[in-house]
Design a protein around this ligand. Structure first.
Ligand code: G
Ligand code: MN
Length: 482
């Protein structure tokens, strides 16, 4: 397995990210201004920043009742905004229907009856207007006018600063790219080059952005090189010790050494959650050939991966009917209907469903109720110390009942001691997984050793029920296990 280099994101990516932030900045600031103004002046129902464009004022950013009018252009002449800009003075209109200074037609069009227009000037040059409006007369008082007037400098300062930063950053980039007058690169000696500068700028504008990009690059490299190692951990019948299934567990190359759930979490944040999960699924099903034909392969998948259009084809390649998808808890389910539809397509091809980490959170209970899984994987939290804790025993017992009533099989995860194994078996849990039985290992070593797994006294196959084959209820497609 090749090591992934942990280095800073490359120059173009960093500048690209900076451009994304800076281009959006003046707009983001104006958006925040209009939103906050609506909160500040409680009687306002609309707020807008209008910018001067020759003889016209354009609504560039608006909130509340004015938000639907973004983009409209109104003549400066004959409007209260235009007059406020011209006089460089805050103007207050108590009733637009009787006020000669306003453009009545325009007011009627946008539903404004009273308003305050605050001119925005930069170094004496008119830039635009901040206007708050209301659909009723006399909505504002002298105090509103005073507060808004006081804020004008701050508002124009924020908008100009954002625009200026965008310009300076652009100039800085072009300066660094172009060679200096004597042919030297545009960086100062003693710095770490344009990479360090762009990283500095990026991190000032949006803290952590360079680190995010570096992680994204790492993930892209992992996906491109298909650099995930899949280990398998046996799931056995606790009575017979027979290997029933194996859970495929992804392990990622370092450095840095991160647990798989952290990698998948980072991938999700970077927008690469689905491709990374699908790669793990694809690599896992590739191991099916190496496992005995009766052994199922349990593969973890979030709801987003289950909904991915590519998943059925990936499973089809290698024997969908031997795959058990373990639905993980980490992401919220946007629509159970949608998920059920995707699952029923997968179930038609014989793939079965497990609910992973059951009991760890409330989501797993909803999954069981709404998705009728074929298999319930009882979270390690219940297994740990189950032999000495009556509460854990009673909760586990309740899940055994639930599984029985819904026709699902049940696996105890995380069995670490003989006493835990004995206890879960006594509670009627038929299948188990955990370090006491075997640690995750390469598939070849699992195949070599699974017959020697420790499962207590190995009482033989007492239970006639076939592994993971569920009862007849509802639409489940129980594949045959030989
Ligand atoms: O959430 P899920 O059940 O898929 O998590 C499986 C993880 O639990 C794997 O990373 C695996 O290495 C780990 N694991 C498996 N068996 C045990 C166990 O007995 N004890 C502990 N602490 N971890 C285990
Ligand atoms: Mn799992």
């Amino acid at each position: 397995m090749s090591e992934v280099d942990v280095k800073s994101p490359d120059e173009t990516q960093l500048w690209g990210a900076i451009a994304e932030v800076t281009e959006a900045m003046p707009m983001v600031i104006m958006r925040r201004i209009v939103d906050q103004v609506l909160l500040l002046v409680a009687t306002a129902d609309g707020a807008v920043v209008e910018l001067v464009d020759g003889d016209v004022l354009t609504y560039v950013c608006a909130a509340g009742t004015l938000s639907e009018h973004v983009g409209i252009r109104l003549a400066r002449a004959g409007s209260l905004s235009g007059l406020a800009v011209e006089r460089a003075e805050t103007l207050h209109c108590r009733d637009a229907r009787t006020d000669d200074r306003v453009d009545r037609q325009a007011c009627a069009r946008v539903g404004t009856v009273s308003m305050v227009c605050v001119p925005l000037h930069r170094q004496g040059v008119p830039v635009g207007v901040l206007k708050v409006s209301a659909g009723r007369a006399h909505a504002f008082d002298g105090e509103d006018v005073a507060v808004l007037t006081k804020l004008a400098d701050f508002i124009i300062g924020s908008i100009s600063a954002a625009s200026q930063i965008a310009k300076i950053t652009h100039d800085l980039q072009t300066g660094l790219e172009a060679p200096g007058p004597c042919g030297e690169a545009g960086t100062q000696p003693g710095t770490d080059g344009p990479g360090a500068v762009s990283e500095f700028v990026a991190n000032v504008l949006r803290p952590g952005i360079a680190a995010e990009l570096a992680i994204r690059q790492q993930l892209e490299a992992i996906i491109a090189a298909r650099d995930i190692n899949i280990l398998c951990q046996p799931i056995v019948d606790l009575d017979s010790g027979q290997l029933i299934a194996a859970e495929a567990l992804a392990r990622f190359p370092g450095p840095p050494d991160r647990p798989p759930d952290v990698w998948f979490g980072l991938a999700h944040q970077s927008g690469l959650g689905v491709p990374l999960q699908l790669l793990a699924v694809e690599l896992a099903v590739g191991l099916l050939d190496e496992l005995p034909a009766h052994v199922r392969l349990c593969i973890n998948a979030g709801p987003d991966a289950i909904l991915a259009a590519e998943l059925p084809a990936i499973l089809e390649q290698a024997g969908a009917e031997r795959v058990v998808l373990e639905l993980t808890e980490h992401l919220e389910i946007a629509s159970y209907d949608q998920l059920r539809r995707a699952l029923s397509e997968l179930r038609e091809h014989g793939t079965t469903l497990a609910v992973d980490d059951t009991g760890a959170g409330v989501a797993s209970m909803a999954h069981i109720v709404k998705l009728a899984p074929d298999l319930i994987k009882l979270d390690r939290a219940f297994t740990t110390g189950i032999d000495i804790d009556p509460v854990r025993r009673s909760v586990a017992g309740a899940f055994v009942t639930l599984a029985g009533e819904t026709g699902a099989n049940i696996v105890a995860e995380g069995i670490e001691t003989a006493a835990e194994l004995d206890t879960v078996r006594q509670l009627g849990i038929q299948y188990g997984q955990g370090y006491f039985i075997a640690r995750p290992a390469p598939v070849s070593s699992l195949v070599r050793t699974y017959t020697h797994v420790r499962t207590g006294n190995g009482r033989g196959q007492r239970n006639a029920r076939k592994p993971f084959q569920t009862g007849p209820p509802n639409a489940r497609q129980a594949p045959s296990c030989t």
